[in-house]
Design a protein around this ligand. Structure first.
Ligand code: ATP
Ligand code: MG
Length: 450
């Protein structure tokens, strides 16, 4: 992309309404624009990041064997009356009437609708196990939307639902989700710690939240510092193996890690004092096993091997896709701007032309741009006639992890400069070497477009 052709409405001033760093940088980098309280338009740069996050989520759900689908945002109240949640949900649910005076609502989550789909089509245990998921907009009329996309009213969520014959199978689905989530967050450059949590209005026995440690997080968390040393790494997990998935759950949840809702001071005190941590965290996902709560209320049964009808065991599993954009910035920035992890950066590399209009510099930038593009990379080429300082400030603000700087002086010696946004270190090299280096860096991070 050429910056002269792009829509990047960067702000010089810090917007007064933004209280936390991610919100400030998202507004200043022209990623989002508030449409009304807690509701945002995603401008091209922000949308690109959102899409990369979505694509990683899809890739990891597909790898786990889960089926993508899409349900509507507007739902009939009738199903929610069946489960009893139409009344339970309270004011967070946005309710409306259609022209025939029928009660409708904007989906805050989708257990009812997926259960209705299931009961309409599945009647035998032979069709199980089944896990389907979607990435769809949700609406919760939060009393205090704040922090930009972190606590919006409209937000993008991945929500997945498993249907299993037995509790044991459903717990395997739970563990499979835990493994796939660990891998998902790691690909986004995040450490998200699974913590024992409270089930809230969804209900259920087993639930873990995934928290990214950050001072601006809304949840208070208590954990054994050993947990932050665990790395998921590039493990070859067979998602169909109950043992392998369970082993990962054991490894990542056996140390003390809880949110304030489930915190137990006596248990926490059993952790050696030097390892006890009290901090704040951002919830970026949650997994639930809730047994037969919805299947019993809504008659989602299958015929078991003995011919008897039994309610299916279910769970639901969510990732805060739009919240993740903010969470990643909270975890990765400096005073000048965002520092995107390689896996989610909107463009892979920025090209800064120090002297737009200089024939040689222009030609070298064009060649770099074409060569990077030909390798499947996405460069953002600043071809504007802004002064060099301004170009650097914009690149730093929008957070591209790598930058190639091209100027007449370097070109006389046959070199350009490759700069790492995170460390600030620069290295001179030939344009060809810079291209190869960038291609090599991103080889493990190429997110497939859908
Ligand atoms: P919270 O406790 O933050 O209100 P929740 O536990 O009610 O969230 P879930 O039902 O678990 O939310 O939804 C799955 C994920 O969706 C959450 O882990 C979170 O990342 C994201 N999420 C929930 N509410 C919002 C919101 N208002 N804005 C942005 N993301 C949200
Ligand atoms: Mg939650």
């Amino acid at each position: 992309m050429r910056l002269s052709r792009y829509f990047l409405p960067v702000l010089k001033e810090t917007p007064a309404e933004a209280q936390i760093v991610s919100h400030r940088f998202m507004l200043r980098a022209g990623m989002i624009k508030q449409a009304s309280a807690g509701i945002y338009s995603w401008l091209p740069l922000g949308f690109k990041v959102l899409r990369k996050i979505e694509n990683i989520v899809h890739e990891e759900q597909l790898r786990a064997g889960h089926l993508p689908m899409l349900m509507p945002t507007l739902q009939s109240a009738d199903l929610w009356r069946e489960s009893g949640r139409y009344d339970d949900y309270g004011q967070e649910m946005l309710r409306m009437k259609d022209r025939h005076d029928r009660d409708m609502l904007f989906t805050p989550t989708a257990e009812e609708l997926i259960t209705d789909i299931f009961r309409g089509h599945v009647s035998s245990y032979r069709d199980l196990p089944l896990t389907m998921y979607q990435i769809q907009w949700k609406f919760r009329d939060e009393i205090r939307p704040r922090f930009g996309v972190m606590r919006g009213r409209e937000f993008l969520m991945k929500d997945g639902y498993n249907f299993d014959l037995t509790k044991e199978d459903a717990l395997h689905a739970y563990n499979r989700h835990l493994v796939s989530y660990l891998r998902t967050y790691e690909r986004m450059g995040l450490q998200a710690i699974p913590m024992r949590a409270d089930s809230g209005p969804i209900g259920g026995d087993d639930t873990h939240e995934f928290l990214v440690l950050a001072e601006t997080g809304e949840s208070e968390v208590f954990y054994d510092s050993e947990i932050t040393e665990l790395k998921f790494g590039d493990r070859d997990i067979d998602y169909t193996s109950k043992e392998q998935c369970h082993a990962v759950l054991e490894e990542f949840t056996s140390r003390y890690a809880r949110t304030d809702e489930t915190h137990d001071e006596a248990l926490f005190n059993q952790v050696p004092e030097a390892r006890r941590r009290v901090a704040r965290g951002i919830e970026v996902g949650q997994i639930f096993y809730f047994g037969t709560k919805y299947s019993e209320a809504m008659g989602a049964t299958v015929q078991g091997p003995d011919g008897k009808a039994v309610p299916v065991h279910m769970g639901s599993h969510g990732i805060g896709v739009s919240r993740l954009v903010g969470a990643i910035i909270e975890a990765s920035h400096d005073e000048r701007g965002i520092i995107w992890p390689e896996g989610v950066t909107p463009f892979h590399v920025g090209i800064v032309n120090l002297k737009t209009g200089d024939a040689e510099a222009d030609a070298a930038c064009e060649t770099l741009y074409a060569a990077l593009t030909a390798k499947g990379l996405e460069p953002l080429y600043d071809d504007t006639d802004e002064r060099a300082g301004g170009k650097f400030a914009t690149m730093d603000l929008i957070g591209l992890p790598w930058r190639i700087t091209v100027g007449p002086r370097g070109l006389k010696n046959g070199v350009v400069e490759l700069t790492c946004r995170r460390t600030g270190e620069s290295e001179e090299m030939s344009p060809e070497a810079a291209i190869d280096r960038v291609a090599q860096i991103f080889a493990p991070h190429m997110v497939r477009g859908l």
